[in-house]
Design a protein around this ligand. Structure first.
Ligand code: 26V
Length: 741
């Protein structure tokens, strides 16, 4: 892009009488009109994902173009503070980690020059807006396009028709430019047509009813078919030979949601290009790769034959054939019956999307070392036995451009001084050494980021926090396995100890929670209410000047950028074995927060790199949990721990009220009784005493500010590994076999 031309355009803009939205649109449109999408002249990779949690694109894109500072200055001179664009909605086309990871990958690929193109759905409404009303979560539609979508280019002429048995829809692509050393694109399809509206109305429509499941299947097929149709047409128009597809293409399936792409690919090869089934399967095997992002059984998609057959009979047919084909292959290599069942594409009248992906993919990867080990040993153990070379680990990463440069320009400037050209080569962060100057400057910057965070919370939510307190944050989707409830209990334990005078030297602390609960996930909503009840009680206790609790309302990418830069302690306390990786842990590490967490997901690699002595690891390990299953009895555990019992009883003894909804009692029951799952399925109570100890230890250590800053510096210096630049380079080299161009 011609930077001068662009900056002159911004200088010449007349802002009198125009709205924030108009300024935003004018600047964005000007940038887009001066950019050219890079053509796919070589082998390239395609990332298919049902979620992209992009966040605010304005600042990030201007930064990527290298004009953010200049635009900030020009606007300043015209009396416009660039922060006003914070009110433009985030593009929140994702729920959490999986979608944010996809966005980080696209950023890194463009920055490093890899030809990687994202494909997704252009939902009308993104992840709901969370409003906390009387402590409870209410969901409101997120109309993210209401200010326009100036960074996307509609490509009407590249639309294609997608056929369902009962109706057709038109898939219209919009390209969102991804700016870096190369300009790639995130292509989002919008459905047009009489019946089409529902398909891209909402991200993650509830799938607890048959109607909901059908809609979800339609979304998945819509995305898969629009993408595969385009890739094949593109390939044919250039090379006119379908069997060379895999020479130029490589497809990464982000979790199981786009797995129908495999069936669509085989359908097109066999029915349109008259390729035999065997050859079509072989071509698919060379083209697809799959990333698994969770071992939670609820999230492993299995679709009823009946449902797929009802709207996509050809796809059902291909999947059945593929099932028979794979069974024949396994019979030939004398697999045992139970192994065959565990790997089966079709079982119990359902299609297993994960097994379909594992069978076809050349590469199946987990997202952190421990997670990859678990999928190899447990979830996909039979496949790992017969196809060991498929399985790989690629530990996640996050883009340090958004999660350090953009959200913490002060720390970035310090790193410029002490670590050299780390922005281009993240591994240079190693040069950020412990020195008197770095300690002093880091402490200053953290204090500043905490003041900025405090101002932001005050502005956004009207809550005043003490910016000199220790900031502990627990920010992520609400889920029982992530154990926000355990943090809530831990806070109560500490609070009661302060009240009763048992704890006298507690350093003032602020606990920030942030996260959304899926609309139909009642227990998670109950946990939000419980946290807000605790916050109400503690924050309104006039005698308390030691603890403050904030529930960050409508936690999203933009809010995350502020909280992450301003936190001292990163709470990563999932039940060991359950968090595939986590990526918030990496963002916090980069910003100099220490991790207080369990040996789970990428926490393990974080402490390996940054040193156990610089972080706070506690709690049951995967091996401990394996031993505990079957013997652990939370009720007798509580009997032995009266303090814990007292705290847990606040769920049912009237201390807090859920306004008659029954949520708190249900949570209590989930901890103490066997319902459809074991009592305290996530070992909240089991790990609670060690957690409280850990939080107190952090609190004590914090008092020695320099020593604490040294821990932070060691975390930052060792965070280079967790840049998605490294992750993307691994995918490019080991899986996609694409070059940076
Ligand atoms: C989704 C659901 C939805 C229904 C209720 C149960 C449940 C459990 C888990 C999930 C997660 C779906 C996939 C996902 O978002 N995984 C996340 O992927 C991140 C990127 O790899 C990773 O860092 C997180 O650990 C992982 O949870």
């Amino acid at each position: 892009m011609d930077k001068n031309k662009f900056l002159n355009y911004v200088k010449d803009l007349d802002f009198s009488g125009i709205s924030v939205t108009e300024i935003y649109n004018k600047i964005s449109n000007a940038a887009v009109s001066m950019l050219n999408l890079k053509r796919r002249e070589c082998r390239y990779a395609t990332y298919i994902s049902i979620e992209y949690l992009v966040g605010n694109v304005f600042y990030n894109n201007l930064m990527a173009l290298g004009v953010l500072e200049q635009v900030t200055e020009i606007l300043e001179k015209k009396g416009v503070n660039i922060n006003i664009f914070e009110e433009i909605e985030d593009a929140a086309l994702g729920n959490g980690g999986l979608g944010r990871l996809a966005a980080c990958f696209l950023d890194s690929a463009a920055a490093k020059g890899y030809p990687l193109y994202g494909y997704g759905i252009r939902y009308k409404y993104g992840l709901f807006k969370q409003v906390i009303e009387k402590g409870c979560q209410t969901e409101y539609p997120d109309d993210w396009q209401k200010y326009g979508d100036p960074w996307s280019i509609k490509k009407e002429e590249e639309s294609r028709t997608i056929h369902f048995k009962d109706y057709d829809v038109k898939a219209v692509p919009y390209d969102m430019l991804i700016i870096g050393k190369r300009i790639n694109a995130l292509r989002l399809f919008e459905a047009e047509g009489e019946k089409a509206k529902e398909i891209c109305e909402y991200l993650y429509p509830p799938d607890d009813t048959e109607q909901g499941k059908l809609l979800r299947i339609r979304q998945e097929y819509f995305l898969s078919a629009a993408t595969i149709g385009e890739l094949i047409d593109r390939h044919i128009s250039k090379y006119n030979n379908i069997l060379s597809f895999s020479k130029y293409n490589c497809i990464q399936l982000n979790d199981t949601h786009p797995v129908m792409a495999i069936a669509e690919f085989i359908r097109i090869l066999t029915s349109i290009y008259n390729i035999g089934f065997d050859d079509a399967v072989k071509a698919a095997k060379k083209s697809f790769n799959y990333t698994n992002h969770t071992i939670m059984p609820e999230a492993l998609e299995c679709w009823d034959y009946k449902l797929i057959e009802q709207i996509l009979p050809d796809i059902a047919n291909v999947l059945i054939k593929l099932h028979n084909y794979s069974q024949a292959e396994w019979n030939n290599i004398s697999c045992q019956k139970d192994e065959m069942n565990s790997m089966a594409i079709f079982y119990d009248n359902k299609f297993s999307m994960a097994n379909t992906a594992v069978y076809i993919a050349s590469s199946v990867n987990g997202v952190a070392e421990i997670h990859t080990e678990i999928i190899k040993k447990q979830l996909f153990s039979a496949a790992n036995k017969y196809y060991p070379s498929k399985f790989k680990n690629v530990t996640n990463g996050v883009t340090h451009r958004r999660w350090l440069q953009l959200c913490n320009k002060e720390l970035s400037a310090l790193l410029d001084d002490s670590a050299g050209k780390w922005r281009d080569n993240i591994h240079l962060l190693k040069n950020f050494i412990v020195s008197d100057n770095n300690i002093k400057e880091f402490k200053k910057i953290k204090a500043l980021k905490k003041r900025q965070l405090a101002d932001y919370i005050l502005k956004r939510q009207g809550i005043k926090i003490d910016s000199e307190s220790i900031v502990y944050c627990h920010i992520k989707r609400l889920h029982e396995y992530k154990r926000q409830l355990m943090t809530a209990f831990a806070i109560l334990c500490i609070y009661y100890d302060i009240k009763t005078g048992k704890l006298t030297d507690f350093y003032p602390s602020t606990f920030i929670f942030g996260g959304k609960a899926a609309a139909g996930y009642f227990r998670a909503k109950g946990i939000i209410k419980y946290i807000n009840e605790i916050a109400d009680m503690i924050n309104n206790d006039a005698a308390n000047d030691k603890i403050k609790v904030v529930f960050a309302e409508n936690y999203n990418v933009s809010y995350a950028e502020k909280i992450i830069a301003g936190s001292d302690v990163s709470l990563q306390v999932s039940t060991a074995g359950m968090e595939a990786s986590g990526t918030g842990n990496m963002k916090l590490m980069m910003n100099g927060a220490v991790t207080a967490g369990t040996m789970d997901g990428a926490n393990i690699e974080i402490v390996q790199k940054a040193g156990k002595q610089n972080n706070y690891i506690f709690g049951a390990t995967v091996e401990d949990i394996e031993k505990l299953v079957g013997t652990y009895c939370p009720v007798s555990f509580l009997e032995k721990n009266p303090k814990l019992k007292y705290v847990v009883n606040t769920l049912i003894d009237g201390t807090f009220s859920d306004k008659g909804k029954g949520w708190f009692e249900e949570i209590y029951n989930s901890l103490t009784k066997t319902i459809w799952h074991r009592a305290d399925n996530y070992f909240v109570l089991y790990d609670l005493p060690a957690y409280v100890e850990t939080l107190l230890k952090v609190n004590e250590d914090y008092k020695q500010k320099d020593k604490f800053a040294i821990k932070a510096i060691n975390n930052i210096a060792n965070s280079g590994y967790f840049s998605s630049d490294r992750t993307i380079a691994e995918y490019a080299k080991d899986i996609w076999k694409i070059d940076s161009v």
